[in-house]
Design a protein around this ligand. Sequence first.
Ligand code: 5GP
Ligand code: ZN
Length: 115
Amino acid sequence: MLDEQCIFCKIIRGEMPSKKVYEDEHTFAFHDINPIAPVHVLVIPKKHIPNVLAVEPEDERYITAIHRAIKKVVETTGIAEDGFRVITNTNRHGQQTVFHLHYHVIGGRQLTWTM
Ligand code: 5GP
Ligand code: ZN
């Protein structure tokens, strides 16, 4: 389920410190170490799934749980009403750097649509 070398699996196992925002049976959410906005939280499944391309039908419960977790995270951090953005970078053009599926939850300031 988890990968020996993966840094996000190490965070899930508690072998690497993180600032936890939310956790449940299927997900873990923590503050990004290099935030691009006042609120920048990463929501990850407690299974080593490399990215959205690697999601299998049996992973459905993780994907559903991630959406529930995102709601908890934005309520906890107080950005639900003003709004926020959810981003999943994938492979080279998406500039994915960590190959454990993660959803960036970004808010706390006005965002613009520039890539
Ligand atoms: P990606 O570039 O793959 O979409 O996103 C990886 C994210 O993970 C980056 O925003 C980066 O700042 C964050 N990150 C990388 N290593 C760590 C870490 O050890 N702890 C935390 N909290 N965030 C990390
Ligand atoms: Zn992993």
